[in-house]
Design a protein around this ligand. Structure first.
Ligand code: GTP
Ligand code: MG
Length: 240
């Protein structure tokens, strides 16, 4: 069997100490499990963030790759990294500490047990939760999750949290279309339609303490169209 190796994808716009802490924590907890860090930057990436990235490259050498994205927005960043990843698996997360890096070893361990599955995280279960999340978004998110778990006939309870580990071959075989934040939702909807198994571990989302989100509130409504469209899309259109 092929050795399980992981590419950690870290999109960066305005994170400094949060990015540094993310990499350092993963290195401390499970360095040997990580093949590479793929840091993805864009025109908006701040000078301060770029300085921290330089520091990280100096410290960890060729374990770190920096990619300057061509496609726009978060979905564009992730999609390009999906194609560039060298690991057998890739971990989609953020660099603003809203995806708790302490859980990386647990995600990798489960992914090793079930290499063909997607291993994600769940804020809507015992042991998971939200700290500092907007109350309006929380209500919206609750009903959104209920609706789409029924529509997709899945046990998953958190289909919009962009903190998951995927088999690289799987994501490279899918035709992705979203460019903005709804990509985080597309990335679970399309595999589910293809019959891929997915599990979740409890996780606490904690609001960032530096910089700001790139996802204006109004954009959250776009997730709805994404979920409906993919639910009724033919499998042949989902596959490349
Ligand atoms: N390279 C790159 N990174 C991005 C882009 N947009 C967001 N990111 C990063 O991706 C991570 C997640 O994005 P956020 O904007 O924090 O959004 P979010 O927390 O998923 O969404 P909300 O909960 O709705 O705010 C952060 O580390 C961002 O810096 C982008 O266009 N390009
Ligand atoms: Mg965020």
């Amino acid at each position: 069997m092929q050795k399980h190796t992981v590419t950690v994808i870290l999109p960066v716009v305005n994170e400094t100490y949060s990015l540094r802490q993310t990499v350092e924590m993963i290195e401390e907890l499970c360095s040997a499990e990580v093949l590479e860090y793929l840091i993805v930057i864009c025109k908006k990436t701040s000078i301060e963030s770029r300085k921290v990235i330089e520091e990280i490259v100096l410290k960890y050498g060729n374990k770190v790759r920096v990619h300057d994205q061509i496609l726009p927005f978060l979905g564009g960043a992730m999609r390009e990294c999906f194609d560039l990843a060298k690991g057998t698996h890739l971990l989609m997360m953020a660099s603003d500490l809203e995806t708790n890096p302490e859980q990386v070893p647990q995600l990798i361990a489960l992914s090793k047990q079930h290499p063909d599955w997607i291993v994600g995280t769940n804020r809507w279960t015992k042991g998971g939760g939200f700290t500092g999340y907007s109350p309006v978004k929380l209500v919206f998110n609750f009903f959104f999750q209920k609706f789409f778990s029924i529509l997709y006939g899945t046990n998953l309870k958190d289909m919009t949290y962009g903190y998951r580990i995927f088999p690289t071959a799987l994501v490279q075989s899918i035709n992705w279309t979203e460019l903005k934040h709804p990509f985080l939702f597309e990335s679970i909807c399309k595999p589910l339609r293809l019959g891929v198994k997915a599990v979740e571990i409890p996780s606490v989302w904690k609001a960032r303490t530096e910089g700001e989100s790139q996802n204006p509130f109004i954009n959250n409504f776009k997730y709805f169209g994404t979920g409906i469209k993919i639910r009724f899309m033919s499998k042949s259109k989902i596959k490349k």
